[in-house]
Design a protein around this ligand. Structure first.
Ligand code: KIV
Length: 272
């Protein structure tokens, strides 16, 4: 096991080698992705969709996030543990943002991620001032899908591209230690990566970034549908279905349990 990854490690990786972040939401998978050597584990608000079957990230609550952050923290990962601030946990006021970031830190998060650009500079500043590192998230911000008009490609037109670049500069100035750029034109992500001194971690925004992040369930092929920018590295669905099918058949046919799976009492040898 290598050295613990901190926000300082992540910052220092810029320009040296690409950074890798994946999501995890529970103890078992946190251990596995950590063993695989990721730099950061994100307890994303995607938890609502992939673990709870919700249609978007909007229903995810602070209680949900705290619950899953605790489970991931129990794995004591070497990777940096980043937790998403869910919808409506930071929008209403700076005070609420700091308090909720604090609850995630208490649950074991070593940094928080929040969606939004220049408009949330004051939240980022205040959370960092409270001692909690912030990873920003710009470009497509799924919590704002209703104002954006859905999960759409961002930064294709110059006005929107310029706004995303301004957001990147604003979150860096506010004190974010890195920034996720989601579903944004690759040339725009490249320009941001060049301009900023903090690392950019991209999803669906091309290869010219300091790092990449994907949702674990997409990598593992746990759902038939994956976003166009994700890569399925294994078809875990069929592996799981096959294993459980074999268990069902073994029970029905009387092949499970086998001798090594059970024991008898010592009643026959007992005295009076
Ligand atoms: O919630 C999440 O999984 C995320 C990633 C897609 C970056 O924010």
């Amino acid at each position: 096991m290598g050295e613990k990854v901190t926000v300082r490690t992540i910052r220092k990786l810029k320009g040296r080698r690409r950074i890798v972040m994946v999501t995890a939401y529970d103890y078992a998978f946190a251990r596995l992705v950590d063993e695989a050597g990721v730099d950061a584990i994100l307890v994303g608000d995607s938890v609502g969709m992939v673990m709870h079957g919700q249609g978007s990230t909007l229903p995810v609550t602070m209680a949900d996030m705290v619950h899953h952050v605790r489970a991931v923290a129990a794995a004591s990962p070497r990777a940096l543990l980043v937790a998403d601030m869910p919808f409506m946990s930071y929008e209403a006021s700076v005070e609420e943002a700091v308090r909720n970031a604090g609850s995630l830190a208490r649950a074991g998060a070593e940094a928080v991620k929040l969606e939004g650009g220049a408009e949330y500079s004051d939240r980022i500043k205040a959370i960092v001032a409270a001692g909690i590192p912030v990873m920003a998230h710009i470009g497509l911000t799924p919590q704002r899908r209703n104002v954006l008009g859905g999960y759409r490609r961002m930064g294709r037109r110059s006005e929107e591209a310029s706004r995303i670049i301004r957001d990147a500069e604003a979150v860096e100035a506010a004190g974010a230690f890195s920034v996720v750029i989601e579903y944004t034109a690759a040339d725009v992500a490249a320009e941001i990566t060049d301009r900023l001194s903090i690392p950019t971690i991209c999803i669906g925004s091309g290869p010219y970034c300091d790092g990449q992040v994907l949702v674990l369930h997409d990598i593992l092929g746990l759902f038939p549908e994956t976003p166009p920018f994700a890569e399925k590295y294994v078809d875990l669905s069929s592996i799981v279905v096959d294993a459980v099918k074999r268990f069902v058949e073994d029970v029905v046919e009387g092949r499970f349990p086998r001798e090594k799976h059970y024991f008898f009492s010592k009643r026959a040898g007992e005295k009076g």
